[in-house]
Design a protein around this ligand. Sequence first.
Ligand SMILES: C[S@@+](CC[C@H](N)C(=O)[O-])C[C@H]1O[C@@H](n2cnc3c(N)ncnc32)[C@H](O)[C@@H]1O
Length: 270
Amino acid sequence: MIKKEDLNLTMLGIPYVKSKHLNDMQSEKIIREIEYANEFQESCDELYDGFYTRNVISRHHYLTNQINKHSNSFEQLLILSVGLDTKPDTLFSLKNKKCFGLDIAANDIKNIYSYSKTKTKTKILQCDLEKDINSTILEELEQEGMIHSKPTYIIWEGGTFFISKSNVYKVLQYFCSHINIVGCSVDFMSKEVFSPPRHKKANEHLQLMEKIGAPWKSFFSEDELVKMYEELGFTNIDITLHGEYEKKSLGTIKLDNDIMYMTTAVKFSS
Ligand SMILES: C[S@@+](CC[C@H](N)C(=O)[O-])C[C@H]1O[C@@H](n2cnc3c(N)ncnc32)[C@H](O)[C@@H]1O
C-alpha cells in the first residue's frame, strides 16, 4: 500500500470523483486499491456545498468540450499540473495525439500508476512550475518525443491556484515563446470569491488548503485574464463562469456562479 503521508491528496480525489460520477473506468482502476482516495474530497465537500465534487465534474465537462472542439487544430497536448488526469487515455479526440504532462509530484503519479497496474499514454515529467521553467524542461519534453514546432494545445486544469500569479503568467509566456502553442484551456479561481473571501465557507476552504500544506496562491479577475491572454498574443479569448458548466453538467448551481473562471484562448478563428 502506498503511504497516505507520501501522497498529494488533492490529486487523488479527482479519479475518485470521475470513477463515481463520470463512469471513468481508467479512474476507477487507478484508485481501486487506495482506500483513502476520497478523504480530501469528503472534507472539502462537507465544508462547502459539495465544492470538490461539483468543481471536478464541471471543469471536466468544460475541458472535454474544448479539447473535442479544437482537436483538429493541434497535434500535441501539453498538460500542466497533470496529476492523474485520464483524458489522454479516455477521449477519442486524443487517440492519435502525443500527450505530455508536467507535475511537481511526478514520482507520486508514476508510483500510483505502477501500484494500480494502470498504464497511461501520457509522458509524465517532473517539473515544479514555480521553479523549473527553463530550457531543461524543453529538452526533456523533446527527449520524450515532443516536436516544439508542431501545433500544440495546453490544458491546465485545477492547477493555477497552487502557483503564484506572476509564475502563472511566466509559465504560459515561456511555453508560448518556445513551443508552437496554438491554444490553451485553463481554469482560475476567482478573485471576487476568494480574495478577500466573500463568505465564511470560502474562508474556511482557504484555511483547509493551508492546513493540508497546499495553500492557494493566486486568484484572478475577468479583466486580468483578458489582459494576460492579450499580452500572450491570443486573438480569440473566451471566459466562461463555473456556474454555466455546473448547470450544464449537474442541472443546478449550488456554488457561487463565479467561483472559477474557465478560459480558452486560441490563435486561430474558432
Ligand atoms: C487538484 S490537482 C489537478 C490535477 C489534474 N490537472 C486534474 O485535473 O486531474 C493539482 C495538481 O497540481 C500539482 N501541482 C501543485 N503545485 C505544483 C507546482 N508547483 N508545479 C507543478 N505541479 C504542481 C499537484 O501535484 C497536483 O497534481
